[in-house]
Structures are given as C-alpha cells and as structure tokens.
Design a protein around this ligand. Structure first.
Ligand SMILES: Nc1nc2c(ncn2[C@@H]2O[C@H](COP(=O)(O)OP(=O)(O)OP(=O)(O)O)[C@@H](O)[C@H]2O)c(=O)[nH]1
Ligand SMILES: [Mg+2]
Length: 375
C-alpha cells in the first residue's frame, strides 16, 4: 500500500503510517533527506495537509484493506467500528462480522454534531440499532458521539473501558468517518503522549496502520479507511468536497412539491417527484450545497444550459471529472416514514402517508436507496 521503494525497516510517518523514504517525492512517505533524521519527522504529504490543508491523493488498493481487516480475526482485540451518521449505509462495513473472529465490536456512530440540535437522540440510537441488525452487524455496544466536537466522548471512553478487557484496540471504518480524529481526542485527553495523527477533510488520509502504545503495554491502532466507490464523496473532484461535506449542523429544508417538480443538488444529483399527491419533502444535505427547484419538463434543458454555472458544484472545469448520471426509479411506499438516501450527499425525507413515485439521478455507481427515516 505504501511506497514500494521505502525500506522495510525505515521509520513510519507518525501522521499517516506510510514508511518514510527519501527517493520518490511522488510516493507516500517522502521526506527530504535532511528531515529524515529528525525525531518528529512527518512525510511531506502530512506536512502539507497540516499546514496548507492541501492533500495529495494516493491510489490505494482495496484488497490491502480487506487483507488488513482479515488479519484482525487472529488478534486479541476490541474492534472499534466507526460509522459516519451523515452517510450511515455508505460508511458501514457490512461484512465486518466475518473479519473480526471472536473479537467484540463497539459500533461508534460519529459526527452527531451534524444533526439538528432538536434531534431526539434516543430515537437515533434505536434507529442505529435497527439498521445495524438489518445489515448483519452484531455489535457488543453502540455509542453516538462527535469526535471533533467532543460530544458523547465520555460514553465512548466508558464503552471502550468496559469492553476492552486489556486488549489492543483496532479502530476501523470507511474513509473519512473520523477514525484519526477520535484517536487524537483520546490521546489528548487520556495520555501524556505528544502525538498527532494527520486528519483531513479528504478521504484516504491515513495510509497504513499506526500503532500507538497504551499505558498497559497494549496498543490502539489507527487504520486506513476502506474506500467504498459507491459514496459520492469518493467520486467527486477534490474541489467539490468542501461543499459536499457539512461542517455545521444540517438545516433541514422543507420543499412543498407538486408532482412533476424537480430539485437539483448543484450538478451532482437530481430529484424528480414524478407522481403522487402534492406533499412536502425534507432535504438533509450540506448547507453549503445549492438546491434549485424547477418544473420537470424544464429540467433537462436547465441542466444542459446551466450545469457548472447556476447548477454547481462541480464548476464548469470539473464537470468532466464526474461520472455520468444513472437514473433510479423509486416507489416510496404509502404509510411509511421513508428517507431517499444518496450516499455521501445526504437524504430526502418523504413526509406524506400517501406515498410517491420519484426518480433520482446520481453519478454512476453512487448508491441511491430507500430506508426507514432517520429523523
Ligand atoms: N462534523 C464532524 N466532522 C468530523 C468529526 N470527526 C471527524 N470529522 C471530520 O471528518 C474528516 C475526516 O476525519 P479523519 O479523522 O481524517 O477521518 P479518518 O476516518 O481517519 O479518514 P481516513 O484516514 O481517510 O480513513 C475531517 O475533516 C474531520 O474534521 C465529527 O465528529 N464531526
Ligand atoms: Mg485517518
């Protein structure tokens, strides 16, 4: 996974886990020769992320991640499985139970700061448990938290202490769910270590396992995120991510729609209310994203004329980097509380008991699905 020309016994970058090397500036772990001897040397990529918020994307091999996960079964550890509440289905490792052997799993649902303040957390907790069960996960515990905002952090620590029983702690999850952020918070609050893992808003920051010693001789292990190509966040050009990933709590937007009306989410996705009684739909997407309403019969023309302009992101010069759209026809069943979820973009809650026929256009490969409403 890391630079093949790095020597196997070379020190690793404490930020991303890549083996340090001085040969290939374009490969992971590169440090200039004179920096290599320094005790706190981090690779150039981590340096740039840290100081300039500038990320060099590195191609990663999904099989490496799966091999790494498979290795966990033969260890004696507590597996902390972090999921991003903003992209729950997209960030869950649904086959995790297969990989962990007899080790207990703690399911940590992160980024709860993104939900509206008025959220009923007991309901979310129950929703998470139902979804986890549906997806075949059998966690020994479920906790909700915000690693970045330190909300619910004591619950995470308590659950880890209860379940750990002297074992190592493996922190696993999809890219960008907040694994390294959570470990940084743990280090800061519960140890004397002077260490900081590299975190960034871009998926694929951590490149290899990073073992951080605990007081009792065991380790907490940060791992690279698994790349799930069906998340919009893995498909968009880098420049789009700041608009796609919310930094502040979502402000649900309620749209009262008549049938044959359309909503555009920039030029990233399109939602057509095709058939049903006039009804309201509640949109949960990043507040930075532009939502544009139009009539269905105007939608194709509007898109052709205004994508990259009025309909952005992506901007015109990045449009070609996005895969073409696929159309998903969905039937929202009557009488149900249903979300239409677009992995990585957010979700649309259908509010009417009467049901609806809708169509969603999203970049090819991005998962679009119906689920029980979260809120
Ligand atoms: N809103 C919010 N953002 C968070 C939270 N935790 C982490 N983030 C943000 O999520 C992004 C990814 O965080 P990382 O800690 O790098 O995630 P990771 O899982 O280690 O990512 P990889 O190393 O790419 O697998 C960063 O922009 C973090 O600031 C949280 O609780 N709330
Ligand atoms: Mg990380």
């Amino acid at each position: 996974m890391t630079a093949s020309d790095a020597k196997a016994d070379a020190p690793v970058c404490p930020g991303c886990g890549a083996r340090l090397q001085t040969e290939s500036p374009d490969k992971p772990g590169y440090v200039p020769e004179q920096a290599l001897g320094r005790e706190d040397a981090i690779c150039r990529r981590c340096f740039r992320i840290k100081h300039y918020n500038d990320m060099t994307q590195v191609a990663v091999d999904r099989d490496d991640f799966l091999r790494m996960l498979s290795g966990i079964a033969s260890t004696d550890s507590l597996v902390v499985h972090i999921v991003d509440l903003f992209d729950f289905e997209g960030s869950v490792i649904s086959g995790l139970q297969r990989f962990v052997g007899n080790n207990p799993v703690l399911l940590v649902v992160n980024k709860i700061d993104l939900l509206p303040k008025s959220t009923n957390w007991n309901k979310i907790q129950a929703w998470v448990r139902r979804q986890a069960k549906r997806l075949g996960l059998r966690p020994a515990g479920v906790v909700l938290c915000s690693a970045a905002k330190r909300i619910g952090f004591e619950r995470v620590v308590e659950a880890i202490q209860t379940l750990r029983d002297g074992r190592d702690i493996y922190v696993v999850g999809a890219t960008n769910v907040g694994k390294s952020t959570l470990i940084n918070s743990l280090i800061r609050d519960y140890s004397d270590l002077d260490r900081e893992l590299t975190v960034s808003r871009y998926p694929g920051t951590t490149l290899d396992q990073i073992r951080i010693p605990l007081d009792d001789g065991r380790y907490i292990i940060d791992t690279p995120g698994i790349v799930y190509p069906y998340r919009l966040t893995e498909q968009v050009p880098k420049g789009v991510l700041p608009k796609l990933l919310p930094e502040r709590p979502l402000r649900p937007l309620v749209y009262q729609l008549n049938p044959r009306q359309t909503l555009f989410f920039g030029a990233l996705a399109r939602f057509d209310f095709v058939r049903g009684e006039p009804q309201s739909f509640t949109i949960y997407v990043s507040p930075a994203l532009n939502v544009h309403r139009t009539k269905l019969e105007r939608a194709d023309e509007l898109y052709a004329e205004h994508r990259g302009g009025l309909l952005s992101p992506p901007d015109a010069d990045e449009l070609d980097l996005l895969p073409p759209w696929t159309r998903h026809s969905l039937r929202v069943p009557p009488g149900s509380r249903t979300d239409i979820s677009i992995s990585g973009l957010g979700w649309i809650r259908a509010n009417s008991a009467a049901g609806a026929n809708v169509e969603v256009y999203a970049p090819k490969g991005v998962h679009v699905m119906l689920r029980e409403a979260m809120i």
